[in-house]
Design a protein around this ligand. Sequence first.
Ligand SMILES: O=C(O)CCC(=O)C(=O)O
Length: 238
Amino acid sequence: MVDFDNVNLKDFKIENIPDSGFYIRDFISEKEEQELLNKVYSAPKPKWVTLKNRRLQNWGGKPTERGMIAEPLPSWLKDSIFSKFSQLEIFNNCSKFKLPNHCLINEYESGQGIMPHEDGPFYYPTVATVSLNSYTILDLYKRRTEEKLNLEQNVTNFIPEFSLLLEPRSLLVLQDDLYKTYLHGIEERKSDNLSQKNIMNLSDDVNSDAILERSTRVSLTYRVVEKVMKVGIFKKNT
Ligand SMILES: O=C(O)CCC(=O)C(=O)O
């Protein structure tokens, strides 16, 4: 396990990719992973939103152009994670909030994924993702205007510039150019041949020719929504 008292986010910088990506293996323990999974799967059924290629839970409020009516994040989403975010100063550049106020939970069954996309303007430009239960491969694409305009139609023509292996219990942080000018996505596959991918964060103990089988993956995507609205209590004039 990482000794978070004695490390700096810079120690985990992924080399030879645009600024900035950080990857921490074993960010949480197996016990913490299991506790988080138990909580995710004990959420009330209506909390799940089912999409064509994944399910999700939204925690912290719904970000909109006018702002987000913020709801406090439940303690189980913070307990094993926020002290490490603080120690690593992951969200410290955000002048308003030093810790995330929003978490999107995605569940991908084997064979499911997410189209290349940007996280967009509702969020402060840092995203921190914890992976649970299965690995996946995140593909990074340089944004090009013509591709952006025809994103849905042209998606099969997209070639990722590079990819990142996200192992269970790991943390990925994307900031700066990687947040602002790159799209990220996960191909809909049941297995991945690592030799066919340009993976930039492979550790020495991972075989670069391995074929990995995906199982169900749950990701916790932590972000800051800077524009928040207070719920007003309107009094009727009499
Ligand atoms: O599951 C992931 O790692 C990516 C999630 C994502 O890109 C999103 O929720 O916008």
